[in-house]
Design a protein around this ligand. Structure first.
Ligand SMILES: *Cc1c(COP(=O)(O)O)cnc(C)c1O
Length: 247
């Protein structure tokens, strides 16, 4: 069973130190930008790591965990408990996994089509789940291999979400193209923030201002400078991921 998580190299005692270090870097980036560090939520991205590693992160103070695959997350969430953390789905959601996702996750950050929104809304009603927080994942780079909805297709999705009883649009999320130099990513963060501001002015978000989920291990400080309210950090907390052959 552990083969599904690959060979993991993280040392449990490192996790607490790494988590503290990332938390300090978040606070420093927020201060540099004249922001209150409490405006930024850290999602500890635990994909590929086994439940014991997630447990260590939770014990070290991680409140929110991010997983990118429903099936992989299922066994971990069942083992650790639905209430052990706030669980965010950050990977592409296939329609045949939507019901499982509704049962397992507190927040779905990767909503990227009207069809998926319709399905999630229907399942929430069937499952008696009164509220499900979602972020729309926006694709600003037109990368065919990545999930996310192009900016030009946002309007109908937002109109649909306005009619939903259960789905709550909390914010926007982006996975920009990878660049070695995080400064190259900055324009994507700026653009997402501008879109968020426009939508917030139209009252698109359930919580007024609207969250901005952007920034990963190598660029979360730049993202915070550009207004991120959620950062998704894996490697800087858990170390490098190793994938088992065949994964
Ligand atoms: C894996 C992943 C992350 C974390 O990436 P790191 O570089 O390890 O911090 C963040 N967001 C998404 C959507 C991911 O799939």
């Amino acid at each position: 069973m552990n083969a599904r998580f690959g060979i993991f190299v993280v040392v449990v005692s490192d996790i607490e130190r790494n988590l503290n270090e990332v938390t300090e870097r978040i606070a420093a980036a927020a201060s540099r930008a004249g922001r209150d560090p409490s405006e930024v939520t850290l999602v500890a991205v635990s994909k590929t790591h086994p439940p014991s590693v997630l447990r260590a992160a939770i014990d070290a103070g991680a409140l929110v965990l991010g997983e990118n695959k429903v099936q992989e997350a299922e066994s971990k969430i069942i083992e650790l408990g639905r209430d052990a953390a706030t669980w965010h789905l950050i990977g592409h959601l296939q329609s045949n996994k939507a019901r499982k996702a509704v049962q397992l996750f507190d927040v779905i950050e990767s909503l990227d089509s009207v069809e998926l929104a319709q399905r999630l809304e229907r399942i929430c009603i069937e499952e008696g789940r009164s509220e499900l927080a979602v972020f729309i994942q926006v694709d600003l780079a037109g990368e065919e291999t990545k999930s996310g909805i192009p900016e030009t297709e946002l309007a109908p999705l937002i109109e649909f979400l306005r009619t939903c009883k259960c789905l709550r649009l909390n914010g926007l999320m982006i996975v920009p193209p990878f660049f070695d130099d995080p400064e190259t990513t900055r324009p994507y963060f700026k653009r997402l923030r501008a879109i968020r501001d426009e939508l917030a002015a139209k009252g698109a978000f359930s919580s007024g201002r609207g969250e901005l989920s952007m920034g990963m291990s190598h660029d979360f400080e730049v993202a915070i400078e550009e207004g991120a309210t959620v950062v998704r950090v894996g490697t800087a907390i858990f170390g490098a991921r190793e994938y088992a052959a065949g994964n």
